[in-house]
Design a protein around this ligand. Structure first.
Ligand code: NAP
Length: 258
């Protein structure tokens, strides 16, 4: 039997290449640094090129690929640019997303479609293109989709029809891709965060009602703090989770436990 020495090394990403979307702010900005610090080469995607350059100026093992992921061919171009620069792709983190808050009866179906495009269609397309490269090249891989607690339960007082539909779809798409690719050692999992303060939800964090919604819903009575997704990310992208696929890992202070 192998001795359990070097267990922490399982979380290292040296020699691996990751694609990360939504790297220009919030969770993605931190994920970029976590992946790079763990040793991966990282291709960063988002529309705000200057925010990506701020990162690539600090880290040699990063590539900025500014793009709107909803544009036709953008996920393809991102995979191609990554392989051109780093020669391979081992990890995809589908993190880019948007959220709109409004009652369904006031919704505009074109805006709903746009939300589904970035939160569900673009991750599917990027996973498909990167997954195909992994399968064609007989390389193991790890795809991690950033879902949400709102992919498992409704928003309640927070009215999020497009977001909850997209994230619920993303959770089950995770299981579907896992089932198609497991025998080829291409794993697909999701992280479902609770509430972490970012540009997306700064309005909620800025109001008493928003904070009450967050603290009442989380068993731990507080939002997530910066860094509290690092472990889940490193676990799922790395060999530490080599026998894990098709799972949604909730990092939500107990939001979905009751
Ligand atoms: P954020 O700060 O608003 O970040 C969203 C990211 O997505 C930005 O980097 C944005 O970059 C990118 N993006 C949006 N539309 C894009 C497009 N069309 N093409 C390319 N990139 C696009 O929000 P966040 O909270 O970090 O969210 C990150 C992920 O976590 C999202 O999937 C979100 O649903 C999920 N999540 C967050 C929380 C939370 O509490 N924060 C909870 C559950 C799930 P550009 O604007 O530069 O394009």
């Amino acid at each position: 039997m192998n001795e359990p020495t070097g267990t922490l090394d399982l979380f290292r990403l040296d020699g691996k290449v990751a694609i990360l979307t939504g790297a220009s702010s919030g969770l993605g900005h931190r994920f970029a640094r976590v992946l790079a610090e763990a040793g991966a080469d990282v291709a960063l995607a988002a529309r705000r090129a200057d925010r990506l350059t701020d990162l690539t100026d600090q880290y040699e093992n990063m590539l900025a690929v500014p793009c709107d992921l909803t544009e036709t061919g953008a996920p393809d171009g991102l995979v191609a640019a990554t392989i051109e620069r780093f020669g391979q792709v081992d990890i995809v983190v589908n993190n880019a997303g948007i959220s709109r808050v409004l009652p369904a009866v006031e919704d505009d179906v074109d805006e709903f479609r746009r939300e589904i495009e970035i939160n569900l269609v673009a991750p599917y397309e990027l996973a498909r293109k990167a997954g195909k490269w992994m399968l064609d090249n007989e390389r193991p891989g790890s795809i991690v989709n950033i879902g949400s607690v709102l992919g498992a339960v409704a928003g309640g007082r927070l009215k999020v029809p497009g977001y909850s539909a997209a994230k619920g779809g993303l959770h089950n798409l995770t299981r579907e891709l896992a089932s198609q690719w497991a025998r080829k050692n291409v794993r697909c999992n999701a992280i479902a965060p609770g509430w972490f303060e970012t540009e997306m939800n700064s309005g909620m964090f800025g109001t008493d009602g928003g904070m009450k919604y967050i603290t009442d819903g989380a068993l731990m009575g507080r939002p997530g703090y910066e860094g509290e997704l690092d472990g889940a990310l490193l676990y799922l992208v790395s060999d530490a989770s080599s026998y894990v696929t098709g799972q949604v890992l909730f990092v939500d202070g107990g939001w979905t436990a009751v």
